[in-house]
Design a protein around this ligand. Structure first.
Ligand SMILES: C[S@@+](CC[C@H](N)C(=O)[O-])C[C@H]1O[C@@H](n2cnc3c(N)ncnc32)[C@H](O)[C@@H]1O
Length: 198
């Protein structure tokens, strides 16, 4: 039942380091696009003081459930189906949202939905955290990211590496203030915002 993502092996230690800075000391975290479930299994044990809610499209839920079926994961809720642009969000608000390597997969309408509904479901002061490759208006993309972008678009013309300035504008439009944009290994970035007080 467990799926495995090679990217998890490469990125979970560096992402954990940025989450140590970004995440609150207490409360709940919703993950959008939990994938195999390896990240939420790892993060829930690395951050045992937080409560975790994994989500993804329906077909991934069984792998996520298998990964959190672990005595170290008592702080993780059962995964729920949350397909951006289709499913309703839980009737609950969170202290943080994380979304890893998913913004470049989903189409732009889904990215907008992530920021609109994600921000709505954060408590004031809540953290909105994304990790992945991003473009910057005044900078050339690294060759490896150029190739990755072409590969993404060859599989789905609506996928592609997003522009930081565009997602930052979406964040600003949805009451999120930029906290940090941290360069990560292999031309990735950890970027996080904080929801303004009401
Ligand atoms: C590249 S994977 C990243 C998975 C995981 N976060 C990781 O880093 O290993 C992209 C994820 O986005 C999910 N996804 C695709 N379309 C989606 C949508 N419309 N709403 C939510 N998740 C979606 C996929 O099912 C997949 O798990």
């Amino acid at each position: 039942m467990k799926n495995y993502s090679p990217a998890f092996e490469r990125n979970h230690h560096p992402i954990t380091e940025s989450l140590k800075t970004a995440l609150p000391n207490r409360g709940s975290v919703i993950e959008i696009g939990s994938g195999s479930g390896e990240h939420v299994s790892w993060f829930s044990q690395a951050f045992p003081h937080l409560r975790w809610q994994p989500t993804d499209v329906e077909k991934n839920l069984s792998s996520i459930a298998a990964w959190i079926d672990n005595p170290g994961c008592t702080n993780v809720a059962s995964p729920i189906a949350l397909q951006l642009g289709k499913d309703n969000w839980p009737n609950q608000s969170y202290d943080a949202l994380i979304c890893i390597n998913t913004v470049h997969i989903v189409n732009w309408e889904c990215v907008k939905s992530l920021f609109i509904y994600g921000a709505q479901h954060l408590n004031p002061g809540g953290v909105f955290f994304v990790y992945g490759p991003y473009k910057y208006k005044e900078q050339d993309l690294a060759p490896s990211n150029e190739q990755f972008d072409s590969w993404l678009k060859s599989h789905n013309p609506e996928s592609g590496i997003r522009c930081f300035e565009d997602i930052n504008q979406l964040a600003l439009n949805n009451s999120l203030e930029l906290v940090n944009d941290c360069a990560m290994p292999s031309n990735n970035h950890s970027i996080w915002w904080r929801k303004k007080p009401d």
